[in-house]
Design a protein around this ligand. Structure first.
Ligand code: AGP
Length: 607
């Protein structure tokens, strides 16, 4: 979704803003723009398409002079991607310029209100009403102007604001959209995301909803809604700059796949203490856990798929019922939960709009909310009652890999933590823990065997459909495998619980259909093998993922991928890596723009 950056300091702002916007590219966008104070005037450049276009028309930012500015990458919601619709937007007299992430829900009403007052609009965006409202309300006090404008807005926003009569500073506000303040040395920033300015600072302030931020090169002041100067939560991040750069890999996705052994190691190190699990910010008593009647897992996309594996693991090992729902469904379902339900919200970004709304809904029912989040200081991390931070480090590719894997692992560790509290820490508890400690090596082994996957990708990349089937955890894996393939390769991929095939889907199978059969569970192997037989009989080419040595499927499978053998419950952690690599190599063979797939955004900050 849209990305915002703002700069005030001693350097030329435009090249720096462009650089920051490059770091926000991963969020997804279709146009971009920057505005700087140049000799007391607001000067602006905008371009449809890739950032290179903006880079080119501004000569890398050199054509815009000034040390204070704002920048934006736009992911179109209202109005097509075009130069006119891209941000910054300026007010009628040119006194204000605004960049915006979020959605102004009542923009039609405001547009009509302002049109009746004689304002004219150039773009089709919801954002333009913000800048025109600033113009409409402005008398002399800028704070008063911003406050009146905010009072009129419904929806979500992170805004960067330049006012021509305030050329030595910029303003910013947020409500339900991500925004951090970066504190540098004689320079200050705002950004939608930490990686945008990680090169310049690791110290951040996290503003609250409707705070007004005023930044110049020397200082940043934050005012609450009563116009009192306030101190907000500070954050020192330990992410390194390299982790937000490609470091020689052709794509972030491939780099992030390769970072998984380390991500797993860091996740384990953060909470496994000998044979105990201790989370830094989760301290449940045995009494609390014993009283739980239900867990409710809520998430979107891949995080939801991770949640499915978590559900199976927790139910099996804790014998507590676990319900799982897509956040976008949960929030309108009138869900049944109360104080004896623990709600687990999973989100890599911590900024997914539906997951935030679902979390808030769960809280209104009295449920305690535990967040599993990768981004420290994100909205979900801040609003949840308890937080477990996954240790994936910054994830830049739209297609999640290390984010997803650390979610799966964290859910397994949570399951072990809860089972220990319940006194269910017997033989399997110890086996799982031992295997989890060996996971970095097992994940590395899958990566080292990538050649077979590259060969398979070069054989099948021309297919225009693919099926993923499995049972139990393998079904959850099939869902993730299909999502990964379709989002980056644009191959139409479908996933099915293998037992469901003959209830309809098998009619799609014909000579040459490509079927990935996930058979990593000993318990369900025979059943899934029969399903593989059903599709093979109808002409499908079956590629089977199995534990090392479990090759009875050779009668049905054209190709077998053998994976390090672990307990059925832990197998998703290695099988997922294999599916990620397959999707990556297939997309690469098709020449796709892997890190920036069409129409997708990294963090989905609108409903
Ligand atoms: C997966 O590759 C996608 N990028 C997407 O499904 C993602 O998992 C989903 O949008 C949820 O995001 P979150 O984890 O940041 O909430």
């Amino acid at each position: 979704m849209c990305g915002i950056i703002g700069y005030a300091g001693g350097k030329q702002a435009a090249p720096l803003l462009l650089d920051g916007l490059k770091m926000l590219e991963y969020r997804g966008y279709d146009s971009s723009g920057i505005a700087v104070f140049d000799g007391g005037e607001i000067k602006m450049s905008k371009a449809k398409g890739r950032l290179e276009n903006l880079d080119e028309i501004t000569d890398g930012g050199k054509k815009l002079h000034g040390v204070i500015g704002i920048g934006h990458t736009r992911w179109a919601t209202h109005g097509e991607p075009s130069d006119i619709n891209s941000h910054p937007h300026v007010s009628e007299t040119g006194r204000f310029a605004v960049v915006h992430n979020g959605i102004i829900e009542n923009y039609i009403e405001i547009r009509e209100f302002l049109t009746a007052k004689g304002f004219t609009f150039k773009s089709q965006t919801d954002t333009e009403v913000v800048v025109q409202l600033l113009e409409y309300y402005h008398k002399d006090d800028i704070f008063e102007t911003i406050r009146k404008t905010l009072n009129k807005l419904k929806g979500s926003y992170a805004l960067g604001i330049l006012a021509a009569f305030e050329p030595n500073r910029f303003f910013a506000v947020r409500k339900d959209s991500p925004l951090v303040i970066g504190l540098g040395k004689n320079e200050n920033f705002i950004a939608s995301d930490i990686p945008a300015v990680l090169k310049y600072t690791r110290t951040f302030i996290l503003p609250e909803d409707k705070d007004i931020i005023v930044a110049d090169g020397k200082s940043v002041c934050v005012y609450n809604t009563n116009h009192e100067l306030v101190e907000r939560e500070r954050l020192n991040v330990d992410w390194d700059v390299e982790s937000a750069q490609k470091n020689g890999y052709p794509h972030f996705m491939l780099k992030e796949i390769h970072e998984q052994p380390k991500a797993v190691e860091q996740t384990v190190a953060s909470c496994v203490k000998g044979d105990k699990i201790e989370f830094e910010n989760v301290k449940y008593s045995a009494g609390f856990v014993k009283k739980l009647k239900k867990l409710y897992i809520i998430a979107c996309g891949s995080s939801y798929h991770a949640g499915m594996i978590g559900k199976y693991f927790i139910e099996r090992n804790c014998r507590i019922p676990v319900e799982i729902d897509l956040a976008s469904e949960f929030r309108y379902r009138r869900p049944i939960l109360d104080k004896d339900t623990l709600t687990v919200v999973i989100s890599q970004s911590g900024e997914t709009a539906d997951s935030i709304a679902a979390m808030r809904e769960a809280k209104t029912h009295g449920s305690r909310v535990l967040a599993i989040v990768n981004v420290v200081g994100s909205t979900i991390a801040r609003e949840a009652d308890d937080v477990i931070i996954t240790r994936a480090g910054p994830e830049m590719a739209v297609a999640t890999t290390k984010g997803y894997l650390t979610q799966v692992l964290t859910l397994q560790l949570l399951g072990l933590y809860l089972s220990d509290k319940l006194g269910l820490n017997g033989e399997s508890y110890r086996t799982y823990l031992e295997e989890i400690k060996r996971l970095p090596t097992a994940v590395q082994e899958v990566i080292d065997n990538k050649e077979q996957l590259q060969i398979l990708a070069s054989t099948y990349f021309g297919n225009d459909t693919a099926f993923f089937i499995g049972r139990g955890n393998d079904y959850a894996l099939a869902l993730e495998g299909a999502l990964k393939l379709k989002e980056i390769s644009y191959i139409h991929a479908e996933s099915y619980a293998a037992g469901e095939l003959k209830h309809g889907t098998i009619s799609l199978i014909k000579e040459g259909s490509l079927v990935f059969a996930c058979l990593t569970s000993d318990e369900l192997y025979d059943k899934a093998q029969s399903n593989a037989e059903e599709v093979k009989t109808r002409g499908a080419d079956v590629i089977a993922l199995v534990k090392k040595g479990h090759t009875a499927i050779e009668k049905q499978a054209k190709h077998i991928i053998e994976l390090p053998a672990l307990s059925d419950e832990i197998m998703p952690c290695v099988a997922a890596v294999c599916l990620q690599l397959l999707a990556y190599y297939i997309a690469a063979a098709r020449g796709c723009d892997i890190d920036k797939p069409r129409n997708l955004a990294k963090s989905v900050t609108v409903e």
